[in-house]
Every structure is written in structure tokens, then in C-alpha cells.
Design a protein around this ligand. Structure first.
Ligand code: GAF
Length: 374
């Protein structure tokens, strides 16, 4: 389609979506997350132009937008802010960006907590860098893509999604320390399937609840920091700190911080359990993570709580929880591979009966990170 539209053969780049196994709303507190990339991805095809213009076409939106004067300095509250934001950040790093045509296609479900935004940013970044003949180490490029979202798009997400989309390894989850971006890979055993259950309730990072929760948890951190030096982020706080000074916090802030501090501990423990092959412990930690996310952080919704509850006694379940930014989107279910298809079918039927909503349920596997399609 790119060739027909723009008259040139494109170089094509793949940015995968992701599912987070555990570690929610901990990345911007410089804590731990454990996501995996999934076999849903965004493709970005690019070819140079000689007229200095930037044309961006989305197959999904059936819409093309042309920027006559090339790289833009400001957002326009349009889906093109994601690819243009990445391009602007790269230009700000000193790259001279020529005119180009970019075609985008994606099968990452939108607004479902599976990082369609990061997949688009990352695929675009690799595409634009290929034009200027530059490259970055994965962690550095993840930061640049995050900056595109923070500074250009205006959404105050953390580093998790861009990082995993760029640095994932096939058949592995990745425990990321969001402070120094060091990471550990944990193989996902062959007998375990990633069953992603979409509640069909739309989720958004840019608007409303996500920034509110972030503010509430950061307010708790400020209270602790006023007593104890060296706590710039909740990553540095302990549950003892919280008990000591929690009475000085807004009750909501206390609960948000309780989730974040305990989630860091659970995430590190979950990686150990996965590395040891202790699926029972991993499932227990996921269950506790969901309880904490739903009740303390109030980051869930009725439908996601139902999806998690309805999975509990289905054969093959190892662990289930709401994944991603929250307030809708998908649950992640670790399920014995041999039971995965039946699990998906039964869960879909139960959820439809309970909520009246037909869910989409995907049996996925952990895929590799962003790359050029040869
Ligand atoms: C969204 C954000 F983009 C991530 O940075 C992260 O905060 C996540 O929500 C919650 O864990 O995906």
C-alpha cells in the first residue's frame, strides 16, 4: 500500500505491544516492572521524499496528513502527535530530518492497556533513524520515545512500555529496574500461555485518572521525604515509613503509596518465582497484585474485577490480574498451555453472561523486541 500511495518501496519496522505481568504504576516511581512484548505489533513503513514534506498515513484510520514544512514543534491533538513527537525529539537530539513518507498499520488493540502508543513511537523511531543513518542503544532510545510522549504528546507515562517494546526477548519476561534501566530476563516456560482478556472498557493514559493516581502517590512520597532524606521516589520508601507517617497523608494518598511500595516487593519476588519455576507463588503474587491495584490503588473497574474473579476456578489458571495503566483494558492470565484454548472460551462465555459485553480473548506468546522487517 505504501508504494501505491507514495511511489516508493518502504523500509518497514516493527514495534510490538506489551503485556505487563506485574508491577503497575511503579515505573514513574523509579521502581520495578515485569512486562513481556506480545505478538501484536505496529508496522511503520518509511521512504524519503525530495520536497521536504512529512506525510503520515494510517491504514487503520484511513487518514493521511501532510506537514508541508516538515518537523513540527508542537502537538496538534491528533494521532499523528505520536510519530511526529518522536520525529521532533530526534530532531532535538541534533539529527537533520529530511522529508519522508510514513505508513502505519497496527493490530495492537487501541486503548486497551497493551501499549499501542509505545508500539507506534518505537516503530516510528526506528524508521526515522534508518533514514538519517543513526542508531541508539535500546535503553537510550526508550527514553527518547518516552520523552516524545511526555513532552510532545503531553501524557505523563513512565518508561515501561517503550522499554519493553524495544528491548524484549522472545519467550521471556523482563524485570526492569526503572531507576537505572538495568534488567533481568526471565524465561516463560513452554507450558505457560499468556491469555489476554480484553474487557472492552476503554482505557487512556493521557486523560483523567492516570495522572490523578500519579499525583496522589507522589503526594504520599513528599510526606515521607519531609521526614526522611533520600526518598525522592516511592521506590526509596518502605512499608515502615508508610506506617510511621501515613497519618499525615490524605487517606487516598496513603492507599496509593501502599500499593506502589508493596507492588515493588511483589514484582521482584515474582521474577524470582518465575526464574525458579514456582508457578504457584507467581500466581499468588499476581492475585495479591490485583487486589492491591483494585482496592488500594483503585485502578481497576467493575468489568476488570469481574474478568479476574471469573477466571479463578477455571482449569489451568496460574494467575490473573488487570494489566497496564488501569480503569479498563485487559487482564493477563497465565494459563497452562494445554488448557489455554478451553480457558479462553469458558472465560469469554462467563464474562459475556455476567456483563453483557462480548470480550476479545487472545492466547498470546512473548515476542521479541522492535526490529526491521527483512
Ligand atoms: C501505562 C504507562 F504508559 C506506563 O508507563 C505505566 O505507568 C503503566 O501505565 C502502569 O503500570 O501503560
Amino acid at each position: 500500500m505504501h508504494k501505491e500511495r507514495f511511489g516508493a518501496e518502504p523500509a518497514i519496522f516493527v514495534g510490538p505491544g506489551r503485556v505487563n505481568l506485574i508491577g503497575e504504576h511503579t515505573d514513574y516511581a523509579e521502581g520495578f516492572v515485569m512486562p513481556a512484548a506480545i505478538n501484536f505489533a505496529t508496522l511503520a513503513g518509511i521512504s524519503p521524499r525530495t520536497d521536504g514534506k512529512i506525510a503520515i498515513y494510517s491504514e487503520n484510520q484511513s487518514e493521511e496528513r501532510v506537514f508541508d514544512d516538515g518537523v513540527q514543534a508542537k502537538r496538534s491533538l491528533h494521532w499523528t502527535d505520536y510519530p511526529m513527537g518522536v520525529t521532533a525529539i530526534l530532531a532535538g537530539e541534533g539529527h537533520k530530518i529530511p522529508g519522508f513518507s510514513l505508513s502505519i498499520w497496527s493490530d495492537v488493540p487501541l486503548s486497551s492497556g497493551l501499549s499501542s502508543s509505545a508500539a507506534l513511537e518505537v516503530a516510528t523511531a526506528l524508521a526515522v533513524l534508518s533514514l538519517v543513518g543513526a542508531s541508539y542503544p535500546g535503553p537510550k532510545l526508550a527514553r527518547l520515545c518516552q520523552r516524545a510522549e511526555n513532552e510532545f504528546v503531553g501524557s505523563n507515562c513512565g518508561i515501561m512500555d517503550q522499554f519493553i517494546s524495544l528491548n524484549a526477548k522472545k519467550d521471556h519476561a523482563l524485570l526492569l529496574d526503572c531507576r537505572d534501566l538495568s534488567f533481568k530476563l526471565a524465561p516463560i516456560p513452554d507450558h505457560v500461555a499468556l491469555v489476554i482478556a480484553n474487557t472492552m472498557v476503554k482505557h487512556s493514559v493521557a486523560g483523567g485518572d492516570y495522572p490523578t493516581r500519579r499525583r496522589e502517590s507522589e503526594a504520599a512520597c513528599a510526606v515521607i521525604a519531609s521526614h526522611r532524606a533520600g526518598v525522592p521516589f516511592l521506590r526509596d520508601a518502605t512499608l515502615e515509613d508508610l506506617e510511621k507517617w501515613g497519618s499525615e497523608m490524605e487517606p487516598k494518598s496513603y492507599l496509593r503509596a501502599k500499593h506502589v511500595i508493596s507492588e515493588d516487593l511483589r514484582t521482584v519476588a515474582a521474577c524470582e518465582a518465575l526464574l525458579k519455576g514456582d508457578m504457584k507463588e507467581l500466581g499468588r503474587l499476581m492475585a495479591e497484585a490485583h487486589r492491591s491495584y483494585s482496592q488500594d490503588f483503585e485502578g481497576s473497574c467493575v468489568e476488570a474485577d469481574a474478568m479476574v474473579a471469573l477466571a479463578q476456578d477455571l482449569p489451568g489458571l496460574i494467575g490473573a490480574r488487570l494489566t497496564g495503566g488501569g480503569f479498563g483494558g485487559c487482564t493477563i492470565n497465565l494459563v497452562e498451555q494445554t488448557e489455554a484454548a478451553a480457558f479462553a472460551k469458558a472465560l469469554a462465555a462467563r464474562y459475556a453472561e455476567k456483563t453483557g459485553i462480548a470480550p476479545q480473548i487472545h492466547v498470546c506468546h512473548a515476542s521479541g523486541g522492535a526490529h526491521r522487517l527483512e
